[in-house]
Design a protein around this ligand. Structure first.
Ligand code: NAD
Length: 345
């Protein structure tokens, strides 16, 4: 019979540790004295301080070696929302997460911390100071979110104090920070191609953008407060900057910080939404002839033009969460970290 190495309460595995959030998580965990394994399908960075395990989380035999002797697993792997591959989302986020749960149980892991998303309750209409007890979206904004819902439900259901297996989910929203391959590079690309001239709506809609260090802090606090009989068991928590900001103010600060012009004109929300619906209809009609992937979609219009910010009071109460970096400082650090994307002049 194979012998299981003794778990150390400071030994953890970050699934998706090569990604944007994952790498920041690894850095903070090392600073806090954790022994860190990174599990990912790719090696995203070099470090002698961590042990890398390359593999697919959909395969239990890939996962098991990375979980040996580990107490806590942080699961922050996912295909990018932009990948637009339904089967991949389903396989990785849903059935793959079921495999993660099985592998954790088999390896004797005691705590599983999932990175979920606040979008699991968002249906494209205003959410102001949303609490965790909002129902899951009946009509999720996209298929990625649909699989994030399935994933979160399964992880929370797997919480089982009697089996010494505890689970919790963190729901971040709009993560930003240095080395993010999505938000800033996409924003700069849009600005360069002249797509950032129009603001959607009146510019007053508040949303959460959450600096990556705060998201990491929330995950680590969740792992450390997740104990038998603690309120965290089997629950989901919003982690935000606790400073909702108008969507277009945030975009303006990022753009101007990188020396690009902020949007000058505004287009009414309803008009943008119906135009995006029209584009989607055209794409559907033309599908037999040509495949088009428009970026101007009703979902993107909703994300840019509605209120969607969430309360993190529950995380403050149950795990003593408090943002470690303000929005202003987060924006400053982020802008500074992209000198190569700055417009000259
Ligand atoms: P990312 O794409 O930078 O990182 C995801 C990592 O998962 C990548 O390194 C990728 O290689 C890995 N991965 C994908 N499929 C895998 C597989 N089959 N096996 C092993 N590894 C695999 O994404 P991110 O922005 O760091 O997001 C991390 C998590 O946070 C995701 O779960 C995402 O849904 C969630 N989230 C992100 C945001 C955001 O604004 N970025 C907001 C809310 C929630």
């Amino acid at each position: 019979m194979a012998t299981r190495s003794r778990p150390s309460s400071k030994k953890c595995t970050v699934i998706g540790g090569s990604g944007f959030l994952g790498q920041h998580m690894v850095e903070r965990l090392l600073e806090r004295g954790y022994i860190v394994n990174v599990f990912d399908i790719r090696k995203g960075f070099e470090s002698e301080k961590v042990q890398f395990f390359l593999g697919d989380l959909c395969k239990k035999q890939d996962l098991l070696p990375a979980l040996e002797g580990v107490t806590v697993v942080f699961h922050c792997a996912s295909p990018p929302p932009s990948s637009d591959n339904k089967q991949l989302f389903y396989n990785v986020n849903y059935t793959g997460t079921q495999t993660v749960i099985q592998a954790c149980k088999e390896a004797g892991v005691q705590k599983l911390v999932l990175t979920s998303s606040a979008s699991v309750v968002f249906e494209g209409t205003d959410i102001k100071n949303g609490q965790e007890d909002l129902p899951y979206a009946k009509k999720p904004i996209d298929y990625y979110t649909e699989t994030k819902i399935l994933q979160e439900k399964d992880v929370l259901k797997a919480n089982s104090p009697d089996d010494n297996f505890l689970t919790v989910a963190i729901r971040p929203h709009g993560i930003f920070g240095p080395r993010d391959p999505q938000l800033v590079p996409i924003l700069v690309e849009a600005a360069k191609s002249g797509k950032m001239k129009f603001m959607i709506g009146n510019g007053k809609n508040l949303v959460d953008f959450t600096y990556v260090d705060n998201v990491v802090h929330g995950h680590i606090l969740a792992a450390e407060h997740l104990q038998k009989d603690s309120p965290l068991c089997g629950k989901a928590y919003h982690i935000t900057n606790d400073e909702p900001v108008p969507f277009w103010t945030f975009m303006t600060e990022m753009l101007e910080g990188l020396n690009y012009d902020a949007p000058k004109y505004s287009i009414p929300y309803w008009l943008a939404y119906y135009l995006a619906c029209l584009v989607s209809l055209l794409v559907l009609l033309l599908k037999p002839l040509i495949t088009l992937k428009p970026t101007f979609t009703p979902m993107r219009v909703a994300l840019a033009g509605t209120f969607h910010y969430y309360s993190c009071e529950q995380a403050k109460r149950d795990m003593g969460y408090k943002p470690v970096c303000s929005l202003e400082e987060g924006i400053r650090r982020t802008v500074q970290s992209y000198p190569h994307l700055r417009r000259d002049g």
